[in-house]
Design a protein around this ligand. Sequence first.
Ligand code: PHE
Length: 458
Amino acid sequence: MTDPAATRSRDSWATRAGFILAAVGSAVGLGNMWRFSYVAAEGGGAAFVLLYLVFVAVIGVPIMTSEFVVGRMSQESPVVAVQRLGGPKWAPLGWMFVFCGFGILSYYSVIAGWTMRYALDATRGIIGTDAGAYFQSVATGVPAIVTHVIFMALTIFIVVAGVKRGLERAALVLMPLLFLLLVALAIWAATLGGGAAGYGYYLRPQLGELLDPNVIRLAAGQAFFSLSLGMGAMMTYASYLTSKENLGREAATVALCDFGVAFVAGLVIFPVIFHFGLSSTIGLGGAISDNTVGTLFIALPAGLDSLGTLGRVVLSTFFIMLFFAALTSSISLLEVVVSAVIDGWGWSRKQAAIWFGVMIALAGLPAAFNLNFLDAADKFVGNFLLIVGGFFTAILVGYTIPAKADAELAQGMTDPALRKAWAFFVRYLSPVLLLIVIWFMLPTAWNALVTLLTLGRG
Ligand code: PHE
């Protein structure tokens, strides 16, 4: 046997549930709550929400299925996988995936750090009355750096120790709890007076806005970020899959869970914003402010503080669960980088996780100092590059290896009509829509890049 892949023993999921749980764990995270509420606020509410749902269903599920197909077919880390399937000219796509994992984790960890501080400070009742001012005081500078470094250390520890399975068992309990807590909060939010305006903002789209390039670009970017698409994370997880599941069904399950969490989070946030008159603090309706990025971190504490001690306990519980959701996402981000370095350069897992983890922690410092840097990194890497990655994934699967991909998907998805529909979405619909989105994104992506380069130097 000369093929190293054949002799190397590779991790694999023991059960179908293990795989689904890890994929949902990667998808459900800060994206569903922190990012969803702030981008929905930026995108003007309901039109954004509707388009987001459309992108999840029409592009998200087919592209996630494609990533699953590539991962399971290759049984390799993404950098090796895309080359083995498509040839050496696909190497840049693999390295772009790694760059995205690196880049997203660098600022993701800063925000995850906020959840740790909030979980602690919530019970001490010091967030309360002026949540906007509190957010500004902890979101950047030394407090942000401390929690960012702690969070990165935890992420590295989990990826090194290979205790992911343990974390998944914890997630098995915590994620449904998080969802139940969100549902309870949504019911509470429904009892608040003045909520009607919040629901209107969140749920009643103005038809004209559905064609607004800005709303389209935000919704598409959010769909990719929240579903962990366009950067090889789902590919990596599927590469540990050996059994012949129906990958289309798995993708739909993950997408449904992910959308459900985000949607319910919105049912909490928007009534609260309107009831407590926080629209201007957050910068709703055009006047995007420094606080917009903190929408969740401002609205929720301001709302729950009105409930006194009970509210503070609920708030702290919420942030503890959000912290765990963030952790199951951050390990999938680091895993993409680590698996590439292990496969590509022959490093040990420990070496790769520690060295690259430390570099990512350092790369996150500018975001921990400056919210504009964080925002620009999120726009460029967390939005634009994911869409570009998704576009090329569709081209790879739809045009370079269509027959092989179909055969792989057929193991588990036996209905040829469904596979035909999938092929149509991957070959035609996704590339066309994604090209339009890329076109709409170019100006903001360029501005974000300029911000990154100028702030990064200064
Ligand atoms: N989907 C994760 C979230 O919503 C973030 C993420 C993006 C994770 C890309 C992996 C890859 O928080």
